[in-house]
Design a binder for this molecule. Structure first.
Ligand code: KG4
Ligand code: ZN
Length: 312
């Protein structure tokens, strides 16, 4: 009914990354106006709500505490259940906000700023993680590359924009060999750092002169790393419904690559609408609805969690 997104990107960009204490304070400042705006846009009164949902984790504790305790307060004041939602579960269940919805079982590649995992999705509340990153997340790899290139935070969308103007396969970066369905991006980060240092020594404006080609080569490498595991899992598990979720699923190169992979293999690709890729309220509400129908609700002494998840 309304899906308001309050971005803090401009507040954090001058620091080149998220400052946890600042994020927490900005959440505190925004929460009341955002809730009021969401109700106004939806055209409903607070006292007509039947339940309240919010993210319980994983994430930055200071920001989670603001949202979770605010929702807890509302739930007590209105005598309605509080549904604390797992952030990753919500990214996956964002596929059920609008058509086309994936049929179970499906594989979901969750790529965000904090997570890179592969999920075997059996039912809405049975989402089993089969692989995860051993170090950085895919979004972090994008953001750190952007930072090394002197681009703003969050750099993922900027790398995407530059890459669209680049020449393919200009530079080669290593693809790590990681067991099972797991991922790793720390080697790539180091390789990019050394690559840039070496070339800037030879040519002072190397980054600026080759921005588009560097961005495309890095983006293609990140895509190769995640798609290789996605394809392997789909083949080994015999799953033909493939979904993409999380902020990095807004990446145009990744969207195209998943579509192409699925066309070649005769699989079905489910790629979320842009507004449901990066963090948003609709995905939390959608995941909460599945939990609510199962009678799940949080208790007064439940607390947010910064790491891990409830889905495995
Ligand atoms: O899911 P999300 O909104 O927040 C987390 O839960 O982390 O994901 C944010 C991440 C950031 O790292 C951002 O750079 C990345 O998603 N991102 C992109 C694009 N749009 C957002 N990365 C690459 N290309 C994009 N177009
Ligand atoms: Zn997210």
């Amino acid at each position: 009914m309304s899906n308001i997104v309050s971005s803090q990107a401009a507040d954090h960009s001058k620091y080149g990354g998220v400052i946890p204490e600042l994020a927490s304070r900005l959440h505190q400042q925004s929460i009341v106006p955002i809730v009021e705006l969401a109700l106004e846009k939806a055209g409903i009164q607070m006292n007509t709500l039947t339940a309240i949902a919010c993210t319980r984790g994983p994430g930055l504790m200071g920001a989670l505490l603001v949202g979770y305790n605010f929702a807890k307060g509302l739930s007590l004041a209105l005598s309605i259940p509080l549904i604390g939602v797992d952030h990753i579960q919500a990214h996956i269940l964002a596929h059920f906000i609008e058509e086309p919805k994936p049929d179970f079982p499906f594989l979901c590649l969750v790529v965000s700023g904090g997570h890179t995992s592969l999920y075997h999705c059996v039912s809405p509340l049975e989402l089993n993680v089969i692989g995860t990153t051993l170090d950085d997340a895919a979004g972090e790899a994008f953001d750190k590359t952007a930072k090394m290139l002197g681009l703003d935070y969050p750099g993922g969308p900027l790398v995407d924009q530059w890459a669209s103007k680049g020449t393919r396969a200009k530079y080669a970066f290593p693809i790590p060999s990681v067991p099972g369905y797991n991922f790793s991006f720390s080697g790539l980060k180091t390789a990019i750092l050394y690559f840039l240092q070496e070339n800037v020594l030879k040519e002072k404006d190397f980054r600026e002169n080759n921005m588009a080609d560097i961005c495309l080569s890095v983006q293609d490498t990140i895509i190769k790393i995640v798609l290789q595991k996605l394809e392997k899992a789909a083949l080994e598990l015999g799953i033909t419904n493939i979904a993409l979720a999380g902020g990095v699923s807004a990446n145009s190169g990744l969207r195209l690559a998943v579509q192409e992979l699925c066309e070649n293999r005769n699989w079905k690709a489910f790629i979320p609408d842009f507004q449901y890729c990066t963090d948003n309220a609709a995905m939390i509400a959608c995941a909460a609805a599945f939990n609510f129908r199962q009678g799940r609700a949080d208790r007064l002494n439940d607390a947010p969690y910064s790491r891990g998840n409830q889905t495995n």
